[in-house]
Design a protein around this ligand. Sequence first.
Ligand SMILES: NC(=O)c1ccc[n+]([C@@H]2O[C@H](COP(=O)([O-])OP(=O)(O)OC[C@H]3O[C@@H](n4cnc5c(N)ncnc54)[C@H](OP(=O)(O)O)[C@@H]3O)[C@@H](O)[C@H]2O)c1
Length: 242
Amino acid sequence: MVQSIENKVALLTGGGGGIGRAVAEKLAQKKVDLVLAGGNNIEKLQITAKIVEKYSRCLVLPGDLTDREFRKNAVKKAVSAFGKVDILINNAGVAQNCSFEDISEKEFDRIMDINSKAPFFLTQELLPFLRKSDQATVINIASVVAHAGYPMQSVYTASKHALLGWTKAFAREYYRENIRIHAICPGGVFTDMVKLSRPDLTPEGMIMPEDIADVVLFFLENRGNAVIDEISIHRLNKEPFA
Ligand SMILES: NC(=O)c1ccc[n+]([C@@H]2O[C@H](COP(=O)([O-])OP(=O)(O)OC[C@H]3O[C@@H](n4cnc5c(N)ncnc54)[C@H](OP(=O)(O)O)[C@@H]3O)[C@@H](O)[C@H]2O)c1
């Protein structure tokens, strides 16, 4: 049965990016209030906020998600602005286009921190508030590289495997408390990121950010009794996992 998400509050990371903006718009259209948490590009966040504000309320909190204090304050500010948070979408991420032998320890830590550690601890920070919601849902935007491995993406691949790993553990640890968690594992989505990580891909046949937003909405509106750990999304016209 489809469950309304009207008047719920969602905290979304990476709201200034391609997938984040599409998700923000889709949820706002359903009258979900949005907290756009994290990001350095304030202009991009403001563009998303303007779109959201056509339909619902929006709080913009620029900053670095790898900073523990920022994460703590973002949760505090979200709750003080809207009184609650029902939905967390861990979408912010960084790609890599660099050989295994050229990756420095610093770069390894940066990619792992943004793609796996920050969403882990942001989820932990939000847990007390998710417990209070009757539709608590966490959605992690992983990638096909949570399963596969591509050249020039060794750390990105490791970070998304890690993200998917803790998502599965969390699903089993918290399902009795009615807190859902899902990982979405897309192939190439037509955003700025893919131009960096897969310059060989062309826009034709690429997944669109709106396709991912549709899947996010499906998870949020269709809770039922099924627990879905993850869903993989591949492009139509290329080999699987492209
Ligand atoms: N595009 C694809 O082909 C594809 C495929 C599979 C999975 N994904 C995943 O989808 C998610 C969204 O990617 P996208 O394609 O929409 O890329 P994007 O347009 O580059 O967006 C990435 C977002 O993450 C934010 N971000 C990066 N580092 C951050 C940090 N330390 N603190 C706070 N925010 C940070 C960026 O903010 P600023 O730019 O303002 O710093 C940006 O808004 C990522 O997790 C990515 O791994 C993408």
